[in-house]
Design a protein around this ligand. Sequence first.
Ligand SMILES: Cc1ncc(COP(=O)(O)O)c(C=O)c1O
Length: 239
Amino acid sequence: MNKDIEQIASSASMDFIAKAKSLKTLGIDIIGLAGGEPDFDTPNAIKEKAIEELLKGNTHYAIGKGLPRLREKIACKLKKDNGINISPENIIVTPGAKMAIYLAVRACINPGDEVLIPAPSWVSYTELVRAASGIPIEIPLSPDNNYAIKKSELEQYISENTRMIILCSPNNPTGRMINEQEIKEIIELVRNRDIVILSDEVYEKIAYIDRVISPGSYAELADKTITVNGFSKAYAMTG
Ligand SMILES: Cc1ncc(COP(=O)(O)O)c(C=O)c1O
C-alpha cells in the first residue's frame, strides 16, 4: 500500500452523507446538511443538452484537456465574470473540482513540500495534499477577527518548503469572501517567494453580497494563481 494514501482519512462530509442516506432508507425523516449540495435541481436545459449529446453518440474520448469549445467558453466566462485573462490552452476540464485540486497540488509540489491552508477550511484540502505527498499546514484564523487573512499571521507558518497556499472564497465552511485588503496582503506575501496560489471558487454563485474577487484577476498574482471552479455547486451537478 502507498504510505501517503494509507494515511488519508476518509472524507468527514462523505461519511455523514452516507449515514444520512442509510437512515433515510430506514424510513427515518432526516435532513442531511453535511454535503455542499444545492437545494435546487440541475437546470432542464443542461439535462436536455446532455441527453441530446448522448443520443448523438457523443460518448467517446475527448481531447485530454477537455473539449476545445468548452474551454473557449470557460475562458470567456472567466474574463467576463472574474476578470481573469487566460487562454483556453491553459484551461483543463476535470471530473469535478476535487480532482482539479488534487491534480493542481500534485503538479506543483514535490514530496515533503508544505501547503498552507487557512482554517477553518473545507475538510478535503488536508487529505488532498497528503495524497499528493505534501504536508498540509493549517493556519487557524481568528473568529474575533472575522477570519481575516493577514500577511503577518501567514508568515509565521512559511518555511523554505512552502510551495502553495489554498484560498477558498466564498469560504466553506464560513461563507466569508476575500476582500481587497486581503488580496493586497497576499500579493505582499507571495512577492519574491516561490509560492503558488490555489484559488477555490466553487461557491462563486452562492454569494449574497458583491462580486467574488478572484486572485487570478490581479496582474501581480495572475502567473502565480491556479483558479478552480466547477459546475457542482453553481448548477447542481454534484453527482
Ligand atoms: C470548497 C469546496 N471545493 C471543492 C469541492 C468539490 O467540488 P466537486 O464536487 O466539483 O468535486 C467542494 C465540495 O463540497 C467544496 O466544498
